[in-house]
Unconditional design. Structure first.
Length: 370
């Protein structure tokens, strides 16, 4: 699966990029570009391949950055209004964005305007981060103005590009230390009419909560008290990491009863040995021993063996039951063990743990074979 993902940048995609650039700039050395790119790709990951294509564009386009940038902008084609964030198709534009992030830092205003146009085809969330690092004041002022842009993909970039811990992206340590500038930006976007923008706001809040939970809790309390349309999902999804950790403030904000006494009556993993590609099946019965009805957040954590023989846990949502006094619920799950790009499996003993409001109530082990 990992190979399939990185192999998106194959000969056909590289050729397509070359063809579009050639249409915008007939003097582009198409064949030399293709050969140069294809010679470098085999050992590289997906993101490394995108950067290698960007480097090859730099080598084969006119050396004057503004002229080269104009060619790439003209090669984008029409805006299909989809923003390139669903599926893999939008990744064909990533090398062009990488070109701006790598070679446009000496032309910040020109480059930021280009990122605004390019993000309508594929998110500029990775490359705007270099401008935040190098040209902080200009970039933040520009992003603030973009929060009212008519195009949803530009408004989404205002949140996604500022996420402190964006996966695959440059970590923004200044926002890990102080998230206030980010919170100020996403305040403007929390009730955005487009769901992709609101989803980005929630993911940004979840990022911030990993390092600054107090700031997120304070923000969520205020948003919830103001009860503005469109913010309920941002509150729920923005608190998901804190809920999984059993943060009592987050649980209370979402209506979960963190004091509810719960007993796991039985927990069983269907079989003890699995292979990669199987479905890990288990079930658990939970009894609420309290005297009043309680809403519960039930998760399960899989503790994977890592390369060093230690454990690495990943938490998943199981259910959100509401139980009356003495009531019991039986929950079951079949978790896919198919290969994925974000996890490397290691043979050996692994563990499943049941969490109720972030607290462990049952666990069991299974063996995984490759």
């Amino acid at each position: 699966m990992a190979d399939a993902l990185k192999d998106f940048y194959n000969a056909a995609v590289v050729g397509g990029i070359a063809e579009r650039v050639t249409m915008a700039h007939p003097g582009f050395p198409t064949d030399r570009f293709r050969k140069a790119v294809m010679a470098t790709l085999p050992p590289l990951s997906l993101m490394q391949r995108a950067r290698a294509i960007a480097n090859a564009l730099h080598h084969h386009l006119p050396p004057h950055y503004p002229e080269a940038l104009e060619i790439l902008l003209n090669s984008l084609g029409p805006d299909d209004s989809k923003g390139g964030i669903d599926g893999m198709g939008g990744f064909r534009h990533l090398p062009l964005l990488n070109f701006v992030g790598a070679y446009g830092l000496e032309h910040p205003e020109l480059s930021l305007n280009a990122l605004r146009d390019m993000t309508k085809h594929f998110s500029a969330e990775f490359d705007i981060r270099y401008f935040i690092e190098r040209h902080y004041d200009l970039t933040m002022a520009t992003v603030q103005s973009w929060t009212s842009d008519p195009h949803w993909a530009v408004r989404r970039l205002c949140s996604e590009g500022l996420r402190p811990r964006l996966p695959w992206g440059l970590r923004l340590k200044r926002f890990i230390a102080d998230p206030a500038p980010v919170l100020e930006i996403i305040e403007r976007l929390r009730a955005d009419p487009h769901d992709s923008v609101r989803r980005s706001v929630a993911n940004n809040l979840n990022d911030i909560a990993k390092d600054n939970p107090d700031a997120v809790i304070a923000t969520m309390r205020r948003w919830q008290a103001e009860d503005r349309d469109g913010t309920a999902d941002a509150v729920r999804h923005g608190l998901r990491t804190l809920v999984k950790k059993g943060d009592r403030r987050a649980l209370t904000l979402l209506g979960f009863d963190h004091k509810a006494p719960v007993t796991a009556l039985d927990f069983a993993i269907t079989k003890q040995r699995y292979r990669v590609g199987d479905r890990l099946a288990f079930h658990v019965s939970l009894r609420h021993d309290g005297k009043k009805p309680a809403k519960l957040s039930v998760d399960y954590a899989i503790h994977w063996r890592n390369a060093r023989g230690g454990w690495q846990a990943k938490v998943f949502k199981l259910a959100k039951p509401q139980l009356g006094a003495g009531e019991t619920v039986m929950l079951e799950k079949a978790h896919s063990l198919k290969p994925i790009t974000t996890r490397r499996y290691y043979a050996g003993e692994h563990k499943v743990e049941i969490l109720v409001n972030g607290q462990s109530v049952a666990d069991g082990k299974f063996h995984l074979a490759l």
